[in-house]
Ligand binder design. Structure first.
Ligand SMILES: [Zn+2]
Length: 355
């Protein structure tokens, strides 16, 4: 091995935590210009940044009170004039551009609060230690029921949109964090999720759709948050379960490619983010040791950028989304110096437990 080859292989054997902290800190202070087009999802981008710093054990770099106040400024207030059963949802807007000022009587007419933004808002608030019992959780929960469809799925916003497992997951995580399940008919949600398990064992975003890593995470994490799947179910003696576990495991284990990474579907390239979507499911089920973790680590390191962050594929430039899921995946791999992750909630265990 030449000295340059040795140097490059040296570079890729460890996660460079300090560089990743600098990368996340830069994003905390100013999102680069390419993220301008995603302004409508500002809270989601903020969740990636704040949760990254938490996983990287660097939450001291965050002004917690300022962050909490900023997140709270996205909340839609129901006020006393709005009936919670009027069909609207009283959660959080995704961005300032979807917030409109009230009329001359102080009444808000344009309520664009969204389940994904509300999930991200609550997750950030938990990370920075804000006491969620200070929120009007009853308004949020009971109005969320307006978004549930007859088949059990959820619409993300009261004026319409796709209904699929992504928003089922957001709804379950919101109820879990608020410790208030009045916002959903759990039995209907459970039936909808079970209908999304495909013939090959994975879950599609809607019943009958092709199995997909992200949808499978949403299904299993939701069932876990709702208490329908026990923790570490694969290591328990009783493998009876609502879902077809052996078939699911078979599908999951086939997602690891020859380069060690995970793919989201058959015949697709391996990609950093699936190390979390697939790895998170394995963690919930207690099956992390059924895959080649050393090879997975090697794949992730090949996506580590020299100035911090992770790319989707080896050798590409990093982006915030794949960087976040790279950090989350390394946490699942129990990398030293990183905080452990509550995989079903998408925040660290310390944030989830309010420590
Ligand atoms: Zn990806």
């Amino acid at each position: 091995m030449s000295s340059s080859e040795e140097a490059s292989s040296m570079e890729t054997t460890t996660i460079d935590k300090d560089l990743h902290v600098t990368f996340a800190q830069m994003m905390y202070h100013l999102l680069p210009n390419p993220y301008e087009s995603q302004e409508i999802n500002h809270l989601t981008l903020a969740y990636f940044v704040i949760s990254s710093l938490d996983i990287l054990n660097s939450l001291h770099l965050v002004e917690k009170e300022a962050v909490a106040n900023w997140v709270l400024s996205f909340q839609v207030q129901r006020g006393t004039t709005n009936d919670p059963n009027n069909g609207q949802f009283y959660g959080f807007h995704g961005s300032k551009t979807s917030q409109f000022p009230p009329d001359e009587n102080g009444v808000f007419h344009h309520n664009n609060s969204h389940l994904a933004s509300t999930y991200c808002a609550l997750a950030i608030l938990k990370i920075v230690g804000y006491d969620l019992s200070s929120l009007d959780s009853e308004s949020m929960s009971s109005s969320m029921k307006n978004l549930q469809q007859p088949d059990g799925s959820f619409m993300p916003i009261h004026i319409g949109g796709e209904t699929d497992l992504r928003f089922v997951y957001c709804a379950a995580a919101i109820c879990f964090m608020l410790d208030n399940w009045n916002g959903m008919d759990k039995e209907k949600v459970k039936d909808y999720i079970l209908n999304c398990q495909s013939y090959d064992g994975g879950f599609g975003l809607v019943p009958g759709a092709e199995s997909h890593g992200g949808a499978t995470y949403c299904a299993i994490a939701s069932l876990r948050l709702m208490g329908y799947v026990e923790d570490n179910v694969l290591s328990s003696c009783n493998l009876s379960s609502l879902i077809d576990l052996p078939l699911l495991l078979d599908w999951i284990l086939q997602r690891q490619g020859t380069d060690g990474g995970f793919q989201g579907r058959p015949n697709k390239s391996t990609d950093t983010c699936y190390a979390f979507w697939i790895g998170g499911v394995l963690r919930i089920l207690g099956g992390c040791n059924f895959v080649d973790n050393k090879a997975l680590r090697g794949f992730l390191l090949s996506c580590q950028y020299k100035y911090g962050g992770f790319s989707k594929f080896p050798g590409d430039f990093p982006d915030l989304y794949h960087s976040y899921y790279g950090f989350a995946a390394f946490s699942l791999l129990e990398e030293s110096g990183l905080k452990s992750l509550c995989s079903e909630l998408g925040i660290t265990n310390m944030a989830a437990n309010g420590v």
